[in-house]
Design a protein around this ligand. Structure first.
Ligand code: DCP
Ligand code: MG
Length: 381
């Protein structure tokens, strides 16, 4: 039952899911320099400090005016604008640069850790170990290191999935070999071609599937880092076993056609550490490496493709949950929690009694949670 009074979006909200945030901000360069500090904290394993910067940056990019000295009083009243953050903003207004950001960007360790973490499977703590313990500095040194070593903790947790497939897991060696291709951004036209190819294969497996491109593409980004597609079919309603069936058939068909070359992850878990509940069986995802057929892809470039197969009752929460941005999703879950609800891609649940809501439109996903609607292109928090 949708709420009657909806909280109206405004750039001064504490919640990213209530701040209308277009792709372009008048304060892009300021945000970019603060993001260098955020990244440094993340690479250092300082999640708390990284989040402080992430929240402040998110507020700054939703602020609709160019930040000048005359705007500082208003800025100081916005959420997450602490004294240290305001000092950095002031330094930027006065000099055009933030000294700390410049220092970080020039540091060899920062540059190496940033480069290492562009490789799938290498997160900040692995990158620090490779740099600090093994003394590695360049990609060539990484390639040499992994010719005799494995990443012991590369995510190969297929045990949680019911999907049977022969598609190989992407190992660190292949991830290194494909590094440049997987880091190349994908233009919108190619995103659309990938979607058409996947939908044509789906049509052969089961006629009448629906598939929506979500992620950054749906928020209007000109270039995406990967392609995310949410897929459903009417016959999957209240038949959880058919959800993983369809995902399995799709993955295997794309693999047989040579379109999927590797898998990074299979499974229905949504967030690492998220509590498992029955509705998770209504969602199945395959994170893959995909390659368009030669006639559509003369350079043979590999792309990241995420396929999310869901029951129809879960379709709209999955669409909202995968459209992003990450900050938007984080605060959507926080907002829900503070109102006694649990939001994730597999549905909305009342925490006190487990009652589930199955919104039938995207607008309903927002109104069930008491949120005024925001167009996907305004979810770039
Ligand atoms: N998402 C999430 N939690 C996850 C995975 C995804 O909340 N564990 C959501 C937020 C993301 C969206 O799904 O915005 C898609 O994730 P991507 O990592 O693909 O990010 P984007 O599509 O936003 O940008 P890009 O792919 O261009 O980097
Ligand atoms: Mg994406």
């Amino acid at each position: 039952e949708p709420q009657e009074t909806l909280e109206q979006p405004h750039y001064s909200s504490r919640y990213a899911c209530l701040r209308p945030c277009p792709l372009e901000s008048p304060n892009q360069e300021l945000a970019r320099q603060l993001a260098v500090i955020r990244k440094d904290r993340e690479l250092d394993g300082n999640a708390t400090s990284a989040l402080v910067y992430e929240r402040a940056i998110s507020v700054i990019i939703a602020y609709p005016h160019k930040i000048t000295t005359a705007r500082m009083n208003e800025l100081a009243k916005l959420p997450f604008m602490g004294e240290k953050m305001l000092a950095k903003v002031e330094e930027y207004i006065e000099s055009g640069t933030i000294t700390e950001s410049q220092k970080i960007a020039a540091s060899g360790r920062f540059r190496a850790l940033s480069a290492f973490t562009t490789i799938y499977g290498i997160g900040p703590s692995t990158a620090r170990k490779l740099f600090d313990v093994f003394g590695l500095r360049t990609f060539d040194e990484l390639v040499a290191h992994f010719s005799t070593n494995e990443l012991p903790y590369l995510n190969d947790d297929r045990s949680e999935s019911r999907i049977q497939t022969r598609a190989p897991t992407l190992k660190i060696q292949a991830a290194l070999a494909l590094r440049e291709e997987l880091n190349e951004r994908i233009p919108r036209t190619e995103v659309e071609t990938m979607h058409s190819v996947v939908m044509a294969e789906l049509e052969q497996i089961k006629g009448g599937c629906t598939g929506t491109i979500v992620g950054g593409y749906r928020r209007g980004k000109a270039y995406s880092n990967d392609v995310d597609i949410v897929i459903t079919h009417p016959s999957l309603a209240n038949e959880p076993s058919l959800v993983s069936d369809l995902c399995e058939k799709l993955v295997n068909q794309l693999f047989q056609r040579g379109l999927i070359t590797h898998l990074m992850h299979l499974g229905s878990f949504l967030q690492p550490g998220a509590p498992r509940h029955p509705s998770l069986d209504t969602i199945e995802k395959a994170l893959t490496v995909f390659r368009l057929p030669p006639q559509l892809n003369p350079r043979g470039v590999h792309r990241r493709l995420d396929l999310i197969v869901v029951a129809p009752e879960t379709y709209w929460t999955a669409i909202v949950g995968w459209t992003g941005s990450k900050m938007f999703e984080r605060d959507l879950r926080l907002w829900a929690k503070e109102r006694g609800l649990n939001f994730d891609s597999s549905g909305i649940t009342r925490r006190s009694n487990g009652k589930q809501y199955f919104p039938q439109t995207e607008e309903d996903v927002f109104s069930v949670m008491g949120l005024g609607y925001l167009d996907p292109t305004l979810r770039n928090a």
